[in-house]
Write a protein that binds this ligand. Sequence first.
Ligand code: MEV
Length: 318
Amino acid sequence: MPHILATAPGKAILFGEHAVVYGRPAVAVPVTEVRAKATVMPLISGPAGRVEIHAPDIQLESPLADLPGEHPLKVAFHTLQAHLGLERFPALRLQVRSTIPLAAGLGSSAATSVAVLKALSEFLGRPLEKAELNRLAYEVERAHHGSPSGIDNTVITYEQPVFFRRGEPFQPLEVAAPLILLVGDTGVPGSTAEAIAGVRRLRDADPAAVEAIFDRIGRLAETARDHLLAGSVTALGPLMDENHRLLEQIGVSSAELERLVTAAREAGAYGAKLSGGGRGGNMIALVSEERLEAVRDALLAAGARRAFAARILPAVEG
Ligand code: MEV
């Protein structure tokens, strides 16, 4: 059996994180500048069922059998095994590498799940359809946090911008003009599970007020979709600023995120907001080619651990 390599991109939520967990629409894009990579190779001398895991980025070198039952990699193997009706895996070694920062709102967990499921299914000679891959990756996402909306695994599986509403088929979003995002890392890990739990507490304490904020975020996502389809890039900036303000009101911003978002705006970004679960992790700024360097410098000067450009391009016809 040959070595099989599969990869999956990171993602950024442009509009609608958190509100999307509660049924409001959201817009997300793939971030192809960073990727998770899974390589599966046969273990020539191993007995059937022996699976070794090597994930140097998280200092993990272990037989699969020794990982705790809720470990996402173990959940990925079990989910695929059940889906394929497989008695046991052939002896194999899985290597996982990733350039997607961990706990940073860029979809590292979903991208790892997608890459691993893709590589394993191809290795077994039973490649998954995208819809199956997406469904299985969602199952694994549930092991990370109890109530994922499914937006992360969807945008990462299909590698295209999406307009997404929980429980409905997603709408692919054909952006009409290129978008340049600067992704700025606070360097502070942000746990999506904890951020989601915090928002839930707030909502349970004052459902009317928090649901009203979700409604406003959902409307921003709808307006943004129309601007993306029309290629009205600059019109997205104020919507991002407004989305960020609403996220701040539900408690998922942080001092570091505020510093980076403000620095990006002052340096001439069209708009800026936190992206993903928040409470740390990354922010995104929408910029013109001309302001790219100035905004990157401003982010670094304001304490960003790193800042990189992500480009979302219109699909090529034909
Ligand atoms: C995480 O990328 C986005 C959240 O809305 C969680 C989810 O949709 O599952 C915070």
